[in-house]
Design a protein around this ligand. Structure first.
Ligand code: SAM
Length: 350
């Protein structure tokens, strides 16, 4: 028997990863913050994610679905064990279920890539779509061909590969939704350990879908000097700083990835003792919300100087009038609207 959050359950013969607890802790807080009343846990295994949402976020109707009969039986046991609880079990192919029925909120937590489920989930989700992706190698550019197949985009492996992965995933979600005249607003996005997780508000309408697609674009990266910039057209040019050849990543999401108001509500609802969830949400909330980041150590290596504390660099950039923050993507990352040459100038100061 396992205890997690407000639920006691078993995971006999089904998938269960205790290291995903943080993901589920934040999931339950986000569902509560958003006041969701109907929630599909489409790839449920033991049902733990949806059971926690039903109990901790007080959702009126939660559907726990898994294609495997062994998982279905496990879900039934876990519902019975936690009665009374607003959960029903289902044993369907999630793609069939999501094509047949609409749900206020749809949550995808597959093995590996969510890509095979995104089309049906985009159709099914009326107001919210939550996605976990554990295929970080294809998303970040380490497995290029798989990344292209799964995400219909070209990821490039750079120092900001974790955010590259998040934005490649978001780019596919925006395009899948747009095909159905739907738009998305990311509320919270984080890359933790081996996975990317995003919480999207879904909105209906051709015009907002068009506006949403305007936030899809490309990142032009220069491997010689480390400069990167956002582009709306897929046109790589020579680097404006060092004249080196550049590479293009995309199409990917260039819009905001965090919503401060929603994150504040979620922080308020997370257990006070849950330091890791609070810390992660706090850093996400305070990030400069523009694409990509610099790797402090890599910049210092290039300049042949010893790195100071990341916070010192953040302060120095702010003192010079730039926006700057740390990032949850990596402890040595700096998000800023300053260009690489401006950051280097500050790094060279005594
Ligand atoms: N959400 C679970 C948790 O938090 O513990 C973990 C889910 S596990 C990573 C993925 C589950 O998806 C497996 O139990 C698998 O049987 C199920 N699955 C795979 N393909 C499916 C499909 N087409 N329809 C429904 N379930 C599917």
């Amino acid at each position: 028997m396992i205890d997690e959050g407000a639920i006691t359950f078993d995971a006999k013969g089904v998938f269960f990863n205790p290291r995903m607890k943080l993901n589920r802790d934040i999931g339950a807080a986000m569902v509560k913050a958003l006041g969701i009343t109907e929630y599909l846990d489409g790839l449920s295994a033991s049902g733990i994610r949806g059971l926690r949402v039903a109990r901790e976020a007080d959702v009126k109707k939660v559907i726990l679905n898994d294609i495997r009969p062994a998982a279905y039986r496990c879900i039934l046991r876990n519902i019975a064990r936690n009665e009374p609880i607003n959960c029903e079990a289902s044993c369907c192919n999630a793609n069939v279920l999501m094509h047949e029925r609409h749900f206020e909120a749809v949550d995808l937590d597959p093995f590996g890539s969510p890509s095979p489920f995104l089309s049906a989930a985009s159709r099914s989700a009326l107001s919210y779509l939550f996605i976990t992706a554990t295929d970080t190698a294809p998303l970040c550019g380490a497995h290029l061909k798989s990344g292209i197949r799964k995400y219909m985009a070209l990821p490039v492996k750079t120092e900001y590969h974790r955010e590259m992965g998040a934005r490649i995933l978001l780019g596919l979600a925006a395009r899948e939704l747009a095909r159905l005249d739907k738009a998305m607003e990311p509320l919270l996005t984080h890359a933790t350990e081996h996975y990317v997780r995003t919480y999207l508000r879904v909105l209906e309408g051709a015009k907002i879908a068009d506006r949403c697609l305007e936030k899809i674009g490309y990142i032009e990266h220069c491997f010689t000097c480390g400069r990167f910039r956002s582009l709306t057209e897929p046109k790589a040019e020579l680097c404006t700083i060092c004249k080196g050849h550049t590479v293009l990543a995309g199409p990917l999401w260039l819009g905001e990835i965090q919503d401060i108001r929603t994150i504040d509500q979620a922080v308020f609802l997370v257990d006070e003792e849950n330091k890791s969830a609070r810390k992660l949400l706090d850093v996400c909330r305070n990030e400069v919300d523009s694409p990509m980041y610099y790797d402090h150590h890599r910049l210092c290596r290039r300049l042949g100087i010893t790195p100071k504390k990341v916070d010192q660099l953040v302060e120095a950039l702010r003192d010079s009038g730039w926006k700057a923050s740390r990032t949850h993507f990596t402890g040595v990352g700096i998000k800023t609207d300053a260009g690489v040459e401006d950051v280097e100038e500050i790094l060279r100061l005594p």
